[in-house]
Design a protein around this ligand. Structure first.
Ligand SMILES: Nc1ncnc2c1ncn2[C@@H]1O[C@H](COP(=O)(O)OP(=O)(O)OP(=O)(O)O)[C@@H](O)[C@H]1O
Ligand SMILES: [Mg+2]
Length: 368
């Protein structure tokens, strides 16, 4: 907006610093509507115009009731209910609430500015906010609940099915059949437990409550331990290649959380990738200055399609049918970032996926 315009002059006159700062009502992210002592609109900023779908030049100078014909959710005319100019002289405003403006919901709060306490209203200042942001977050909460319910239901349906069958027809099954069913029940119960643990991690990450208990961590040893666990569980030893670039700087991190990160990345490389899984641990500058440690996990599988790379770290994203719940990488990113580190995904030289995370040295002096 043109700063020399006189449209919002009263706003500036009322606040000389606003002019000094070059502050323009149009710079405000929220809608701002100001009426003078007679109830006529003297300011209608750009955000208000966007939220109300009104051209400011159509409403400036008009009575506020006609410029903003709000109705409450029961269809009552709001200005009549609140009566800022004629109502109780002790009122200082209205708290934020949802009102309808030509069928659209708008969040509205108002402030009655009086020159002296209990004096007449000198200015009426109305703040407006659209409800899209709130809607969006409500929608994503609803989606999260739906996904979680769905993820919990399938293993529980299977548990319920097998236990009901066993209870009803115990005598008719052989020991081997019973064992098979119980193994499935056991695996499904593990799935539910794991999902709940993941959800708890997510809630900690999202609310910034993920605690990092730092102690010295030997990353090379941790990587070897994870590779060992996979080979013990039946993966051929030549599926893994480990490269440690010495000397590694000292690393202070939360060992359990680092285990979670390595566990997820290696499991992904084995489950979603193919061929040799290469893990490299090397010193790396972190964000250009601090000393840090970088761990790169690459495989030779199909990799992550270029167009999905920005989504791999989001909740519940999974690229293939072989996917689990799609929470692993979201948690990995949350843990790495809670350590002050970064994680990226790229195409590996061999064509597969390449995940690389860098952690700052995280000396105890940096402990928050
Ligand atoms: N190394 C990889 N190669 C190919 N695709 C991968 C690789 N790692 C992850 N992905 C893709 O990214 C998706 C998300 O991974 P993420 O670890 O978040 O979830 P998940 O493995 O499906 O389930 P979870 O880890 O929660 O059990 C996977 O479903 C898979 O499609
Ligand atoms: Mg995973």
């Amino acid at each position: 907006m043109d700063l020399t315009s006189t449209r919002h002059e009263p706003f500036r006159q009322a606040r000389p610093w606003a002019a000094e700062l070059g502050l323009d009502p149009d710079d405000l992210p929220d809608g701002l509507v100001v009426a003078d002592s007679t109830g006529r609109v003297i300011c209608f900023n750009a955000a208000a115009a966007r939220i109300c779908g009104t051209d400011p030049s159509d409403v400036l100078g008009r009575p506020i009731q006609s410029a903003l014909p709000f109705q409450d959710l029961d269809g009552h005319r709001w200005w009549q209910l609140t009566d800022p100019y004629g109502g109780l002289a002790t009122r200082s405003g209205q708290p934020e609430r949802g009102l309808l403006l030509e069928g659209r919901e708008v969040l509205v709060s108002a402030r009655y500015v009086r020159t002296r306490p209990t004096g007449p209203v000198h200015r009426l200042v109305v703040a407006l906010r659209g409800t899209e942001a709130r809607r969006r977050s409500e929608r994503s909460d609803a989606e999260l609940i739906a996904t979680v319910a769905h993820e919990l239901r399938s293993p529980l349906t299977s548990v319920k099915g097998f236990t009901a069958t066993l209870l009803a027809k115990w005598e008719r099954f052989t020991d081997d059949q019973k064992r098979l069913m119980l193994e499935t029940v056991d695996a499904d119960a593990n799935r539910v437990t794991r999902l709940i643990a993941e959800l708890l991690d997510i809630s900690r990450i999202d609310s910034g409550r993920l605690e990092v208990r730092r102690q010295p961590v030997d990353m090379a040893a941790a990587v070897r331990r994870h590779v060992q666990a996979h080979t013990t569980a039946g993966q051929p030893p030549d599926r893994f290649a480990t490269r440690i670039v010495e000397p590694l700087p000292e690393l202070w991190a939360d060992p359990d959380k680092i285990d979670q990160v390595l566990g997820n990345l290696l499991e992904n490389a084995v489950r979603h990738g193919e061929g040799t899984v290469t893990i490299e641990v090397a010193p790396a500058p972190h964000r250009g200055h601090d000393e840090g440690t970088a761990v790169t996990v690459s495989d030779e599988g199909p990799g992550i399609p270029e167009e999905s790379m920005s989504r791999v770290f989001t909740r519940f994203w999974r690229g293939s049918k072989r996917g689990g719940t799609g929470l692993g990488l979201y948690i990995v990113k949350g843990i790495v970032e809670a350590h002050g580190g970064d994680i990226t995904v790229a195409r590996a030289p061999g064509g597969g996926a390449q995940f690389r995370f860098t952690l700052p040295a995280g000396a105890p002096a940096f402990m928050a």
